[in-house]
Design a protein around this ligand. Sequence first.
Ligand code: SF4
Length: 482
Amino acid sequence: MVMARINITDPTGTVVSPGMVLLEGILRDEGHDAQVVTGDLACQGGLFRAAPDAWYLSTVSVRQFLALPAFFDRVGLEVLAAARASTAPLVALGGYPAANPLPILPLVDVVALGDGEATAPALAAALDRGGKAAALEAAEETQGLAATRAAFALARAEGPFGARLIPMARGRAAVEVARGCKRRCAYCAISWLVPYREADQEEVHQVLAASSCRQVNLLASSLSDVSWATALPAMLAATGSRDVGEHVSIRSYLRGGGGAWRSSVATGIDGASERIRRATGKPITDDEVVAAVELARDLGVTRLKLHQLLGMPGETAEDLDAWRGLWARIARVAAESARLQVIMSTHFHLATPHTPLEETAAVRQVPARRCAAACRTHAHAVNKATGRSAVLVLQAKGYGQWRLEQYLMRADETAAELILRRPGEKLIRSQRWEEMVPPTRPRAWGCVDAGVPARMREAALRRYWLEMGGHPPVLGHDAVSP
Ligand code: SF4
């Protein structure tokens, strides 16, 4: 039997994620001729196999949707799916941005939601059976989102998953230990889109024992929440493996006295103030954050990255003042160390489809931007005073980028017109996208069956506003003028 030839890539060809390598291994185990494409497809440096049976596109950001027309040019495909010949390769796209697939429906054949190791082999098997027509039929039969929309979504397939060694760059490997997250922070797609599941403890042990790779990244959104997490140190010791993943939760970091030694640590603080963190379901205190910075300093960590979420719905000047106060405390600790660098990576809240805060997109982030600018000025002063060039770094994702991502996340089919027009980044960032998707517009993605039941999201939204002082969950109520 001729087995399907499949290229796996992201629309720019520049990212090789553990998920893509995992998919490649699973498809090969089932006899398919799969390969991860590497190299920058946009600048003609990419190496890909011509004339495959399918392109599987993996996405992690809605901005990758904008790269689709150039991708199709590069690989010799018509940009519109409807204009492609029946013999052209199937184009299937997955990843969490596809939870609102409306902006890209005219460009792809299949939007795959759920676990890739279920949907990807199912499509490949259909390709083997009867080519592209059979794959489209299989997709349509599984879930009929698309019969009227020129593309198809496979049903969510979210069963147990097996532990596998995922070979990565620099002689390292990854092993997925848990999928989804049981914390359910109100803004987070990981926990609301994907059900929480864990790999079997014994299977993980066997995978580690059988591998000759000793530097492993144990993949889980919150490793300390894994029900058998206490067994991990002994398992790593018995198999001679070292966990090289840098992401930790603050509380597990403090509880474990730093745990396995890492020179680089990353963690999420998220909301600007304790009040917002309680509301989102991540009640980390300022004292805990400062204690984590002190621990990192004492352990000789060289790089501590703190992810911070600003512009949350209902955020006030008091919340931003609290953040400035926390920043000053962190700065004092970092300045005492001869080697610790603290990077505060700030992101603006994105109202993500299928999360409790999915309809809170109309907030203009001006006060938060001003506050971030003040913190950056403060960081420069601290760096100058200590004589070290980068004791403190404040990274801020651009406002234009936030607006663009928010628009693409919430948009309906009209966004496809924008993508097809191929405007330059500068132009599209300058638009007031939040006004193009007014907060009163019904959720465009409501037709997509993804995420947990709506009543759970609604309960979490009520809890959020209760903690924030009882604001009614009215769309866009907290918009502020620039
Ligand atoms: S933000 Fe982190 S801890 Fe919270 S739900 Fe998402 S993955 Fe879990």
